[in-house]
Design a protein around this ligand. Sequence first.
Ligand SMILES: Cc1cc2nc3c(=O)[nH]c(=O)nc-3n(C[C@H](O)[C@H](O)[C@H](O)COP(=O)(O)O)c2cc1C
Length: 188
Amino acid sequence: MRTLIIYAHPWEKSFNHHVLETTTKLLEEKGHEVDIIDLNKDGFNPVMRQEDLKEFAKGEYADKLAGHYAARLKGADELVFIFPIWWYGEPAILKGFYEKVFLKGHTYKEKDRKLVGVLGVNKATILTTANIDKTIFSYLGDPIQNVLANGILKTIGVTNVTWLHCPTVHIEESRINYLAEINAHFSK
Ligand SMILES: Cc1cc2nc3c(=O)[nH]c(=O)nc-3n(C[C@H](O)[C@H](O)[C@H](O)COP(=O)(O)O)c2cc1C
């Protein structure tokens, strides 16, 4: 099983970095081959530039790193997204990842006027941390569940999505419970 982790946090002493380390260890113990895309460490530029869009329309990547990420997506059996909630959604660097990497022809195609995934990966886990719980997200239109899980990931063919959220990341007990929840999820 090849698991691709897409990680979006710039600080290596963050709790999210701890989540990344814990998840990687858990998966490796289960025998997964783990590949990590660390967007900040890679210096990924999330901004769609003129030259990107010119190639985008032709189904090609002007940003070589985006093309490299797409190749790694094609080799994955499972995806894991790890990121903090910033302004009720994902950090900009992750938004730019969807925009620049999820290119038509490489991650999805149009068939009978519908968008269908072409990657061959069906399963994803979304791991997020914040100071708000899922009820607040639902008041705001549920950006992680509705836009990321049911919109973006579904478009590229990933329909089996689990979202695990730590709602009170500033409380130590909550962080401990969250790590236990992650452990239980990946031990199923
Ligand atoms: C730019 C920025 C925006 C944030 N926006 C939100 C937010 O909308 N809702 C929320 O609950 N927390 C928000 N936070 C708090 C982060 O979610 C929190 O600091 C993070 O989940 C803690 O994990 P970490 O220690 O790994 O950074 C924000 C933090 C930053 C830096």
